[in-house]
Design a protein around this ligand. Structure first.
Ligand SMILES: Cc1cc2nc3c(=O)[nH]c(=O)nc-3n(C[C@H](O)[C@H](O)[C@H](O)COP(=O)(O)OP(=O)(O)OC[C@H]3O[C@@H](n4cnc5c(N)ncnc54)[C@H](O)[C@@H]3O)c2cc1C
Length: 598
């Protein structure tokens, strides 16, 4: 065994310290031969370029660290010993057995679009990229079920279903860079989740290779469950219990009609109440998005109000006999700035407020006061509410009429179709512009939390206040359900130097998560936990964490699967004095992980 240094930012709850973590010393030549024997020489790699590529996912904290440390940070970051691309379940089984024999970690890797550090190989090991398991095997039209391999890209999956006249109804903003397995592992949510549900609502069964090397097929298409629901034990476990190789998912007929519309409400309180009333009347719009005042302002700065209106009845997709629409209108690449860019322009003072803001940079308190004042002013403009419905033609027409009538009777003002179609056109624009933002010295991230209707406004005000102490923050409410709703905060910060930026970033997450837990919200609606939110798992799950630890011990007795994530005990860190300090909650204010030991 050799002791290596894991950067402090990768050790949840240990901010500002360097923590010893143990990594198994490996005879790499032998490892290479053994991996080749399983997948052949072309579907494995020990090349530096691959190991560095698979050292991270899209967690913004990593971008901050790399920005500060440059190439050296990348070189020093934990990286896998090897990357493999299996094509068959039997290869995955052999890889798990190999990892156990070497006592090496395994990190499942889908698209690498996770934003919480879930796919970071904290202690090295074998990173298993699932993307060569990528077939849509079958669609069972009688049961509205399909069988799909875990590594299939989201966009291809939806396109393949659309060709057959169906949809999975799951459209995350990351649909172009995430996989079916990654969705299941993180309990992802798509933009149409109010109608179709989150991914966990659409899964009938899984095939998973556990840390024992066993292949488990969970449940089935019919809901006649006998005993516990094993599917839901695996869903959301972020690769800590095993690797999902394929899934049985519920599909729906592709929609025949889409209707989009924009409304304006006085404020967030009015908008939240209107959404609750619509859902509790039994109406099911697919898209529900209520923007707070600053988010409304940022949207309107983009000129999206003036996008051309679309016909309420789009032409049917040619190959589909059912009259179904194309799964999702084609997305044209655009150079138009997204909301994040505009928010950052504010944060960096490149707008009309430039002079005042530049003077205030370096004094975060003053900057935040200024942004507070801006937000106050725009509050008087009201909040935008986007509603979209889709489905069978007549049903959608009726449901749209009832929904819009209900909203108007609650005081929402109809702004016509254009804002709705403009949202649809721009729905993926926000997301792919992180690197230039970070290079320019600022940072941006999102925090998605959720609560019951009763606690929702409390959650909004508490988290907004907590983040707003440090950064510019705006929010929208989306993913609404009968019993509650999620809030998606977007924040942007700047600091005079990289170290202060990292401290600021950590403080935002600490205060935001603590505010969430304090008011009884959930720490993650759909981005998952990974490393970022691991310190808050105990606060969220309390005694149930012991059940999770027990499941881990049973399914993965050597603890090889994705160690260090989700607040579970990490055998590679367990021996270090620092990790005991962590378990005692000595660092930061994060709750400690549960103390079940193997
Ligand atoms: C621009 C952008 C937009 C985003 N928008 C959304 C959004 O709208 N909705 C949303 O929910 N999320 C969103 N995300 C977050 C991210 O896309 C999701 O978390 C997604 O589900 C991750 O899928 P992935 O295939 O990229 O997984 P990865 O990032 O590769 O992995 C995520 C976690 O799952 C584990 N894992 C991956 N595959 C498997 C498997 N087959 N078996 C077991 N464990 C596995 C990994 O070990 C890791 O812990 C966004 C991210 C970005 C960068």
């Amino acid at each position: 065994m050799k002791v290596s240094q894991v950067p402090a930012y990768l050790r949840p709850g240990m901010r500002g310290r360097t923590v010893p973590a143990m990594t198994v010393a490996v005879d790499v030549d032998r490892l290479q031969r053994d991996l080749e024997a399983i997948v052949g020489p072309r579907r494995m790699s020990l090349r530096t370029v691959d190991l560095e590529t698979y050292a991270r996912d899209m967690w913004p904290r990593l971008l901050l660290a790399y920005r500060e440390g440059g190439p050296a940070a990348l070189r020093d970051a934990p990286r896998p010993h090897a990357v493999v691309w299996p094509e068959h379940v039997r290869e995955v089984v052999a890889l798990v057995k190999l990892a156990r024999s070497y006592q090496l970690p395994i990190v499942p890797y889908g698209g690498g679009s996770g934003v919480c550090g879930g796919a970071v190989p904290l202690h090295g090991g074998i990173t298993i990229d699932t993307k060569r398991m990528q077939q849509l095997r079958s669609v069972h039209t009688e049961e509205l079920i399909c069988d799909v391999e875990a590594g299939m890209s989201g966009e291809r999956f939806e396109r393949e279903l659309a060709r057959r006249g169906y949809t999975f109804g799951h459209f995350p903003s990351s649909i172009y860079c995430s996989t079916v397995g990654g969705w299941l592992a993180t309990r992802a949510a798509g933009q149409l989740s109010t109608k179709y549900g989150k991914v966990e609502d659409r899964v009938a069964g899984l095939t998973v290779v556990t840390g024992r090397g066993d292949v488990i097929e969970t449940d089935g298409p019919n809901r006649a469950l006998r005993g516990p629901n094993w599917t839901q034990l695996i869903v959301g476990s972020e690769g800590t219990l095993g690797l999902v190789t394929s899934a049985r998912l519920r599909v729906a007929p592709a929609p025949q009609l889409r209707v989009f519309r924009g409304f304006e409400v006085d404020d967030v309180t009015m908008g939240v109440e209107a959404i609750r009333r619509v859902l509790q009347k039994g109406l099911r719009p697919a898209v529900v998005r209520l923007y707070d005042e600053l988010d409304t302002l940022m949207n309107s700065l983009g000129g999206s109000d003036h996008a051309p209106a679309r016909s309420r009845t789009e032409a049917p997709s040619p190959p589909v006999a059912t009259g179904a629409l194309p799964a999702w209108p084609a997305v044209e690449p655009t150079r138009e700035d997204g909301v994040i860019d505009r928010l950052l322009a504010f944060a960096r003072g490149r707008t009309t407020k430039q002079v005042a803001l530049n003077a205030a940079l370096g004094n975060s308190h003053l900057v935040n006061k200024l942004f507070g004042a801006v937000a106050e002013k725009v509050a008087r403009r009201g909040c935008r509410l986007i509603i979209g419905l889709e489905g069978a033609r007549i049903r959608t027409e009726v449901e749209a009429a009832l929904t819009f009538h209900e909203l108007e009777s609650l005081g929402a003002r109809d702004k016509g179709e254009d804002p709705g179609w403009a949202w649809l056109k721009n729905r993926y624009h926000v997301s792919y512009r992180m690197s230039p933002v970070f290079r320019s010295g600022a940072f941006v991230d999102t925090m998605e939390v959720a609560a019951s209707w009763e606690r929702l406004l409390d959650l909004y005000h508490s988290v907004r206040e907590a983040i707003g102490r440090h950064a510019v923050v705006m929010a929208h409410f989306s993913h609404a359900y009968v019993d509650g709703c999620s809030i998606y905060f977007t924040f942007a910060g700047t600091a005079p130097d990289a170290r202060s930026a990292e401290r600021l970033y950590d403080a935002i997450w600490r205060d935001g998560m603590e505010a969430t837990t304090r008011v009884g919200g959930t720490i993650s609606h759909h981005h998952g936990v990974g490393l970022l939110k691991a310190p808050y798992m105990q606060g969220e799950h309390r005694e149930a964490m012991a059940i999770y630890e027990a499941a881990k011990a049973s399914l993965d007795p050597d603890g090889v699967f994705n160690p260090g994530k989700m607040g579970l005990r990490d055998r590679w860190a367990a021996a270090s004095p620092s990790s005991h300090a962590h378990a005692r909650g000595e660092y930061g204010s994060a709750p400690s992980p549960s103390g079940v030991r193997r």
